[in-house]
Design a protein around this ligand. Structure first.
Ligand code: SIN
Length: 191
C-alpha cells in the first residue's frame, strides 16, 4: 500500500448523518491537539501495543533521513492507554492530511477510565505501508530518533513529549520509557 493514505481514508467511512465520532489518540494526537473537539477523556483500547515502528518522512524526519513515530501492533491481551476526543466528522479532513504517511483510520472499541465503552476510530500504520520500518533494538531506534528532524521539529521532541504525556496519563509504556532513557543517557554522554 502506498504511504499516502489520504484518498484511502476519505473513501473508508460515510459520515452522513453522524454528529460526532470518538477518536482514540496514542501518539502525537495526545499532546499536539491542533483540531477542535467537543469532549476529551482518557481511554484505552485492547489488543494493541504502542511501538516506534513507523517511519516519518513528512513530520519528524525527511525522505533522506526518516524519523520514527508510533503505530500500534496487534498483541492479544495488551492494553494501550491514550486520550479520546469526541470530534465532529469534518475534523477528519484535517487529520487525514496530518496522518497521511501510512496511517489508516480503523474502528475500535474504547474503554474509558470509569469502565464504560464507546465505538470509535484510531489511526494505525499497518505493516504493509511503504513507510513501515518495523522492529529494531531500542538503542538503535533511540539513535535514529536522536539524529532525525523534519518540518514538525526534532524527532527527539516527539518522543520526549509523548513520554511526558503518558506519565501524566498514568500510562505504563515500557517501550516508550526505555527509548526516552536511551535518548537522555546519550544526551548526557553516558553512551
Ligand atoms: C496518534 O497519535 O494517535 C497517531 C500517531 C501519531 O500521530 O503520532
Amino acid at each position: 500500500m502506498s504511504a499516502n493514505t489520504i484518498e484511502h481514508n476519505r473513501n473508508r467511512y460515510n459520515f452522513a448523518g453522524v454528529e460526532s465520532v470518538w477518536l482514540f489518540g496514542y501518539g502525537s494526537l495526545i499532546y499536539k491537539v491542533d483540531f477542535p473537539f467537543l469532549e476529551q477523556r482518557p481511554a484505552s483500547i485492547r489488543g494493541w501495543e504502542r511501538r516506534f515502528w513507523q517511519g516519518s518522512h513528512d513530520h519528524r524526519g525527511t525522505p533522506e533521513q526518516p524519523g520514527r513515530v508510533v503505530t500500534l501492533i496487534e498483541k492479544p491481551g495488551a492494553v494501550c492507554k491514550g486520550m479520546a476526543f469526541r470530534v465532529s466528522p469534518n475534523v477528519f479532513e484535517h487529520l487525514d492530511v496530518r496522518e497521511k504517511n501510512g496511517y489508516l483510520r480503523l474502528s475500535t472499541t474504547l474503554t474509558f477510565d470509569d469502565g464504560s465503552h464507546a465505538e470509535g476510530l484510531v489511526y494505525i500504520a499497518t505493516e504493509d505501508n511503504e513507510a513501515f520500518l518495523g522492529h529494531a533494538p531500542e538503542a538503535d531506534i533511540a539513535r535514529q530518533i536522536a539524529a532525525a528532524s523534519g518540518p514538525s521539529g526534532p524527532n527527539a521532541e516527539y518522543l520526549l513529549r509523548l513520554a511526558d504525556s503518558l506519565r501524566a496519563l498514568g500510562a505504563d509504556c515500557p517501550h516508550t520509557f526505555a527509548l526516552e532513557a536511551h535518548l537522555r543517557s546519550a544526551d548526557s554522554g553516558d553512551s
